[in-house]
Design a protein. Structure first.
Length: 430
């Protein structure tokens, strides 16, 4: 019983209120249209009043703010669970749908109001005439103009018809309200263009999250690798070689400070007040990367020869690739010399890192994937693919070899990135 009462209160009463709102506005619109037409022509025809009223209802739906009011009414009175949108910049599809919805709202309200305030009284009057056996006089306000029943059968049929018509007029609010509730999401909901914009915005957010995750892996992961190696080395020599332990602690301090600065830049991207034009988590210079790994104990020989005017984004990608490759060499490689070569030939930048590797522990092996999750090499491939380059990584004899080739178009002297043909993207990593 309580559930039935709640249902009647929540659904029927609210939907009835929604229809009465439409009926009141619709009736006011009908009276306004009739009055205006009556001024121009005495006794305008009914079809002209109907056409003018529908046109006025459509025009009312095009008024700014009409969609906001209809969306609020649908959410509050129709209990619509579907997504309803109020676009900041309405498109023609939004305006057409809003106009159609307003016209339907007013028509539904007028229909329910006509049933309650005209249909039910008319059914009662017809039944009273049939039972009394006497028609109201033509001059009376309740005159129906229908002939009286001619016998008991016609009397019963007329009473049944009056009862059915009165009940239909009474309960018309339920099917019309249910139909309005079901259609609200389709008419006032997002258009295909809205859904496409939402999907693109979600894709951009996911790409940004992926880029930030890659930056964290490349920058912070590299720093933690150096810190862990230096900490282990310092712990082993702290008793016998305090100077070496102090050097290890100094390297840990420098690396941690640089990692914190980089992390602060990454977190700034997530703040609403971050400057979109600001560089995001700039990688350290190649010389600093090489020096950090040498201090961490890596037997590293480096030959670096990059062209002048290298675009900043390409330079940053080269730095990240080298950082990841040396981190993998430090994490997975066997003791022995590591060779880094960064050079250029024609319009290409070439990177090669060769390091000895333990059996079954390379970055691409099963063990390497288990310890690092395989994100390093996949991140390198993603970065290189954005520039249309190539990557080769795998065992070669007793060494692990990584080769990356990136197309290179040096910036003209005095030029700047982002001049003609510039896009709004902050970073190709996205």
């Amino acid at each position: 019983m309580q559930a039935t009462k709640r249902y009647l209160t929540r659904y029927l009463a609210r939907r009835f209120a929604w229809q009465m709102l439409g009926g009141a506005i619709g009736l006011a619109l009908v009276l306004l249209v009739f009055s205006l037409l009556n001024i121009t022509s005495e006794g305008p025809p009914s079809w002209l009043v109907a056409v003018a009223t529908v046109t006025a209802a459509i025009g009312l739906g095009l008024v700014p703010g009409a969609r906001e009011l209809e969306v609020t009414a649908a959410r509050a009175l129709l209990d619509v669970d579907d997504e309803l949108v109020v676009p900041a910049r309405p498109r023609p599809a939004h305006r057409i749908r809003t106009a159609a919805w307003v016209a339907g709202h007013l028509a539904s309200g007028l229909l329910v109001a006509a049933g309650l305030f005209a249909g039910i009284p008319l059914a009662v009057m017809i039944a009273v005439e049939a039972i009394a056996g006497e028609s109201f006089r033509p001059g009376d306000s309740f005159y129906t103009g229908l002939p009286l029943p001619t016998g008991p059968v016609s009397l019963v049929l007329r009473l049944i018809a009056c009862t059915v018509f009165g009940l239909l007029s009474l309960v018309a609010t339920w099917p019309l309200g249910a139909a309005a509730s079901a259609l609200a999401g389709r008419v006032l909901g997002p258009t295909p263009h809205d859904r496409m914009e939402t999907a693109l915005a979600r894709a951009r957010r996911e790409a940004e999250h992926t880029r930030l995750a890659r930056e964290l892996h490349d920058g912070i992961g590299h720093a933690l690798t150096v810190v862990s190696v230096q900490a282990a080395a310092g712990r082993r020599v702290v008793a016998v070689n305090p100077d070496a332990a102090a050097d290890a602690l100094g390297a840990i301090e420098d690396t941690a400070r640089a990692a914190l600065a980089e992390l602060d830049q990454l977190l700034a991207v997530l703040r609403d007040d971050a400057d979109d034009a600001a560089p995001v988590a700039l990688a350290p210079a190649l010389d600093d990367v090489v020096s950090a790994h040498r201090r961490a104990g890596l037997d590293l020989s480096a030959q670096i020869d990059l062209p002048d005017g290298l675009p900043a984004l390409l330079s940053r990608t080269v730095q990240r690739i080298v950082t990841e490759a040396l981190t993998n060499a430090h994490r997975h490689g066997a003791p022995g010399p590591v060779r880094l070569t960064v050079g250029h030939a024609g319009d290409e930048v070439r990177i090669e890192v060769v390091n000895p590797v333990r059996s079954g522990s390379g970055p691409g092996s099963r063990l390497g994937r288990r310890s690092s999750g395989g994100r390093g090499l996949s991140g390198i491939r993603e970065r290189v693919a954005l520039f249309g380059g190539t990557v080769e990584a795998g065992p070669d004899g007793g060494a692990w070899v990584l080769r990356a080739t990136l197309p290179c178009t040096p910036m003209p002297r005095g030029g700047r990135e982002g001049a003609p043909g510039r896009t709004d993207r902050k970073d190709p990593d996205a």
